[in-house]
Design a binder for this molecule. Structure first.
Ligand code: SF4
Length: 208
């Protein structure tokens, strides 16, 4: 069996029904949640957005907040100054360029202030059910440890993963690799005894 096939089969067994752990009702809410999730846990983001979206659940409502007011509401997610700035700039762009509707096209998404390739790919895969591998810190780490890539550059990693795996699997693979990285192949103390990829792994963190 090819390594890519082994990895896909192993991930399917570990996470047969992977789900994004961020809570949202609309594409806009998902976009805000993904911006907040940088360097923060999904659990923390969900606590913050549950309260934020009670009153401020749509672009126009978020724009009624000042930078300082929004910072106060998202403070516990960390990097709140930049995150509030990005959310407000993105929302302003969204209203001006797309009438408040989140576009499904990758280039359009990336034309929004504060929206990079990873965020755009998460929204495409998660909300629009398109195929994209969003390379976050977990996907990058896991891909390197499994020997699928040898790079710390997320774009190069994405291009390589796109070549290795079947397009129909991209969005699911992203979710599975995030969960694998979050719960098994953790950054500092990976749980190698539960890992089906021990033989394949090229990481110096691997241990028995
Ligand atoms: S053996 Fe350990 S370090 Fe290697 S992929 Fe599995 S969990 Fe990660």
């Amino acid at each position: 069996m090819l390594i890519a096939e082994k990895i896909k089969t192993g991930l399917d067994k570990l996470f047969p029904n992977p789900r994004c752990e961020l809570k949202y009702k609309t594409a806009y809410q998902l976009l805000v949640a993904v911006i907040l999730s940088a360097q923060c846990t999904d659990k923390r983001v969900n606590i913050v957005t549950e309260k934020l979206f009670e009153k401020y659940d749509a672009p126009e409502k978020i724009l009624s907040l000042t930078q300082e007011q929004l910072e106060d509401k998202i403070r516990s997610c960390g990097f709140y100054h930049n995150k509030a700035k990005n959310i407000l700039s993105m929302t302003k762009d969204l209203i001006e360029k797309f009438n408040g509707e989140v576009p499904s096209d990758e280039k359009d998404l990336q034309s929004l202030a504060g929206v990079g390739r990873k965020t755009a790919n998460v929204v495409i895969g998660e909300f629009f059910k398109g195929q994209a591998i969003a390379v976050d810190t977990h996907v990058l780490r896991v891909s390197n440890r499994l020997g699928l890539v040898k790079t710390e550059n997320p774009l190069k990693c994405e291009i390589q993963l796109n070549k290795i795996f079947d397009k129909k699997d991209w969005a699911t693979l992203h979710l599975q690799m995030v969960l694998f990285g979050r719960y098994i192949c953790k950054s500092q103390k990976p749980i190698c005894e539960n890992c089906p990829f021990f033989e394949i792994c090229v990481s110096d963190k691997k241990h028995k």
